[in-house]
Design a protein around this ligand. Structure first.
Ligand code: 2RA
Length: 356
């Protein structure tokens, strides 16, 4: 019998991308696809691979007979419901932050550590944070060849990392600012937005702590010790766990930019051996899920617009660091809703299905 798949959070930003991914697959291994969401969205009818499916309300019974349940919901919903799905016999593949650092839960990027999907004592497998994930295929490939020792990373994160509210906020800001003319806007974006009734700052109800349009915001997530953001610590901790390098030195600065979808990262990566640029380019080009776009003389480098809507991670600006030995500089772009979230979750589910 073909496995039964459930998608919990089917109506959210990542859930919708998941449905697009399933629609675009030539074939899927599933006998049945069940869509699940909160009471508010239950009863909606969504089309998946040409079939109309009614969204079910999240309840323990929806997991009966399910083999794999993908969760694209907030942390607290996953924390409560992924174990319920597992107790009903499903493997929960969770895209929230609830289980990522649990030592009994594998954190999987199939290109890097697909073998870990079978080590799941809790019946839960975690999908990494989209910022970490966007660079893992590239870093995993380079690590296998050259031995990664340290990562210094700056992120350029899209608004959709904050879900549908993030997308809606950026469009509302752009609409309020459009046509105002530079002279009217450059001095005080926040005032123009407030006057137009668009919330500015978290307290006013924006998903971002400052205006995002015509701006960049060096903040994502919540405040942790010593001034670090939760997002920056996730990049550090999750990279170590996925790559299997507990001592990996990682320093991250996470920044939100006015891009709708696709996270970009500027990476300074130090290896235990010499890394000639040509050798690195060859390793990256050989990866099925990486596209190297790296010819500055021809004006070719990765931008979020090159990666959005696609599956591959786009890598470029590969340079040998001038003042740091065994070190590469590179720029990586990955669609945060696809490889950064839905696609990787789906690939984990496919890997679990293939493993039987
Ligand atoms: C973000 N990585 O971009 C986080 C959560 N998806 O906001």
């Amino acid at each position: 019998d073909k496995p039964v798949l459930a998608l919990v959070g089917a109506t959210g930003a990542v859930g919708s991308t998941m449905i697009e991914i399933m629609d675009s697959r030539e074939s899927v291994p599933w006998g049945e696809i069940r869509l699940v969401a909160s009471a508010r969205s239950a009863g909606k009818v969504l089309r998946v691979r040409g079939e109309d499916i009614t969204v079910l309300e999240l309840a323990p019974e929806v997991f009966d007979g399910v083999d794999i349940a993908m969760f694209d919901v907030p942390d607290e919903v996953s924390a409560e419901w992924a174990p319920i799905a597992a107790s009903r016999g499903a493997v929960a593949v969770d895209n929230s932050g609830a289980f990522r650092m649990d030592p009994e839960v594998p954190l999987v990027v199939p290109e890097v550590n697909a073998d870990k999907v079978t080590e799941r004592p809790k019946g839960v497998i975690a999908n990494p944070n989209c910022t970490t994930l966007s660079m893992m295929a590239a870093m995993g490939a380079l690590h296998r060849e050259f031995g990664l020792e340290a990562l210094v990373v700056s992120s350029y994160q899209a608004a959709s990392g904050a879900g549908q509210p993030g997308i809606d906020q950026l469009y509302a800001e752009i609409e309020a600012l459009a046509g105002k003319g530079a002279g009217n806007v450059s001095g005080d974006v926040a005032k123009v937005l407030t006057d137009a009734g668009v919330p500015v700052g978290s307290e006013a109800g924006s998903p971002f702590p400052a205006p995002l349009a015509l701006n960049v915001v060096p903040w994502a997530g919540s405040l942790k010790d010593d001034g670090w953001s939760s997002e920056e610590l996730k990049v550090r901790n999750e990279s170590r766990k996925i790559l299997g390098i507990p001592e990996l030195k990682v320093s991250a600065t996470c920044v939100r930019v006015p891009v709708v979808t696709t996270h970009a990262l500027a990476i300074h990566a130090t290896f235990s051996r010499d890394v000639p640029v040509e050798a690195a380019r060859k390793v990256l080009s050989a990866q099925p899920t990486i596209v190297v776009k790296d010819d500055p003389a021809a004006g070719e480098w990765p931008t979020p617009a090159d990666a959005v809507g696609g599956d591959p991670t786009v890598v470029g600006r590969i340079r040998q660091s001038l003042d740091f030995p065994n070190t590469l500089e590179l720029f990586v772009c990955g669609d945060n809703l696809r490889k950064g979230a839905a696609l990787n979750t789906y690939e984990i589910a496919e890997t679990v299905a293939a493993a039987g």
